[in-house]
Design a protein around this ligand. Structure first.
Ligand code: GUN
Length: 298
């Protein structure tokens, strides 16, 4: 079997198309959705991600600000930046790129972000709303996965989903979303992780296998049920002296072999990563619309 590719590009394009009239409507009311990204330190991957987010804003003609601070920035300084962005009317979405330096407590920073501007969907207020199935700013990568499944007609209702990885950014929220009484949703979800016994047999139960561990090529063909749908969330740099950059990007899935047994699979790059940015744009527009509707006269 050779798997069909689940590519992010056409889905992201459809999302941008849907956002354009919403952005125009906001601009007619004098509001340009604005995103602020705060980058602390000079982690190369984070710098690349923040650059992609800025380009995505430019493409949709959203306002964007990148605030770059040295790794020596204190927690209090970062909290002060967040507080001032909370008050800034030009900014509807705030994103503090992780990982942060060790001396800064990520939770304190997340808690300081106004939940209405939390376009990452990481604030416990939004996490709670998501868990009980109420409208909230959803975390971008899990939301992007739902959009991919929908676009490529992957049925989730009644099916077995195995999520490998229990991070707060991807593993836990995608499990929470796929178990909701909604579409996509209604799945039977298992979260497996580094302490799970018999990982291979758990993975082989999956009709839909979602790999979000951050370990290059750890999902092998033996771990995949023939015909399963495989979603690879991993973005890992591995050294490769044969290429000019000295590294290449691979997912958590051994794509070359798993694509021979699965029915559909996301490539890396070009799959989930593209969606994360598209959903961030959607959240920024949604956050701006909510400000706008709050201001509407009774
Ligand atoms: N680091 C890796 N992924 C993300 C993300 O989605 N948001 C933020 N803020 N930092 C990240």
């Amino acid at each position: 079997m050779s798997a069909e590719l689940i590519e992010g590009k056409p889905v992201a394009k459809a999302i941008r198309k849907e956002l354009k009239p919403r952005i125009t409507a906001l601009k007619e009311r004098g509001i340009t959705p604005g995103l602020a990204a705060v980058l602390v330190g000079d982690d190369p991957a984070s710098t690349t991600y923040v650059g992609s987010k800025e380009r995505a804003c430019e493409r949709l003609k959203l306002y964007s600000e990148i605030i770059t601070k040295p790794a020596s920035t204190t927690e209090e300084e970062l909290l002060e930046i967040v507080r001032s962005l909370n008050k800034n009317d030009k900014i509807h979405g705030i994103l503090v790129q992780s990982p942060l330096p060790d001396h800064i407590n990520e939770l304190s920073v997340t808690l300081a972000i106004d939940p209405a501007k939390d376009v990452d969907g990481f604030h416990p207020h939004n996490v709670g709303l998501m868990l009980i199935g109420e409208q909230s700013l959803l975390p971008c990568t899990p939301h992007g996965i739902l959009k991919l499944l929908e676009f490529y007609n992957v049925e989730t209702s009644g099916r077995e989903v195995v999520v490998v990885g229990r991070s707060n950014i991807v593993g836990k929220p995608i499990a929470a979303l796929l178990v909701q009484k909604s579409s996509p949703g209604n799945a039977t979800v298992t979260i497996a992780h580094s302490r799970s016994n018999n990982l291979e047999s758990i993975c082989r139960r999956a009709d839909i296998l979602i790999a979000a561990v951050g370990r290059p090529l750890m999902i092998t063909a033996e771990m995949v049920k023939p015909g399963a749908v495989v979603i690879d969330v991993g973005i890992n740099r591995i050294d490769d002296p044969r290429v000019e950059k000295g590294y290449r990007i691979v997912g958590d899935v051994d794509f070359d072999n798993v694509s021979k047994v699965s029915s559909k699979i996301t490539p890396v790059p070009g799959g989930v990563g593209v969606m994360t940015i598209a959903m961030l744009m959607q959240n920024t527009v949604l956050a701006a619309e909510q400000v706008c509707s709050d201001k509407r006269p009774e």
